[in-house]
Design a protein around this ligand. Sequence first.
Ligand code: PLP
Length: 377
Amino acid sequence: MSQTTPEIRIPTEKLPNDGRFASGPSKVRPEAVAALAEIADDFLGTSHRKNAVKDIVGRLRDGLSDLFDLPDDWEVVLGNGGTTLFWDAATIGLIRNRSQHLSFGEFSSKFAKGVAAAPFLAEPMVIESDTGDHPTPVGTPGVDLYALTHNETSTGVSMDLVRPSGADDDALVAVDATSAAGAIAWDTDQVDCYYFAPQKAFASDGGLWIAPCSPKAMDRIREIDAGPRWIPPGLNLNTALDNSVKNQTYNTPALATVFLTMHQVEWFNENGGMTFSAGRSQANAEVIYGWAEASDTTSPFVSDAAKRSQVVATIDFDDSVSADDIAAVLRANGVLDTEGYRKLGRNQLRIALFPAIEASDLHALTECIDYTISQLS
Ligand SMILES: *Cc1c(COP(=O)(O)O)cnc(C)c1O
């Protein structure tokens, strides 16, 4: 990257209406913020043990059950600390002895590393692939939890969720769905625990984890809690489960985060559920990948179109232009967070395609990028 941002002023008529393209925290819809402001006096700054807040938590849990079409015997469990905290809670309260992890980027590798360091668990089985691809789970006797990632946000690779054949009958499939949940369809038959945080496709803020759990997953949570393993109360999934069914959290949640998540879930449901929300991401993906494939300068990083994420696009640029310079020019013009994932180290932009983002704004973004390239070269 050049030391200074090239002085390029993108013509105003090319700019998107909303310049937020971050992969997380991602664009929060102005309508949700306005709805929060409207109820703020009766909601923010009130007790989370009283009905005003419990009602919103209940609407969030019911809305997610509808959105994901959860079977009646599933529960939506939630607590504080986001996905990273959930990994710790799952390490201590969901894995019985040995887990298998698909590792294909920053986020999926992190959970595997955390589990490998846990002294009370057997060495996990870690299956890796190159970045830009994903491995497949391998049904293995003795593995009691398969850790999958629905969408690897660092690389823009997503995978179909399929329970591995040959897995033990009571083995769990636990899926990090942080960037996919609400934007990519999935089948409850294939999964036992589908956990995420709401600052991506749910267009809310961070700090909360949400985990729809099957009866099998809840049995495991209770089994481990009843056993000899010491579990810190704040990481105890059974405690979280007990509170969740009462539409509460173990300790105080961020009320604005809960409200914004609920609002996005209801927006999805009022407009047709997953068909609507996934359809919006799909339309966004068509804009970006269609543009990237048509241009000589750009190409989608993920070569297999079936693995290309419809929530986070990673776009490579050829040597004639610096993606970092483009991102810097965009930022100086109010178009934010298109920088590539630093650790991937590629000449790349990463662009969110979440349902909250308008396809027209992504189209405008491609025009801004094309204009910037024409001015840089
Ligand atoms: C963002 C993200 C995380 C981290 O979420 P936190 O809430 O910040 O802990 C984990 N996994 C995936 C796939 C993500 O996209």
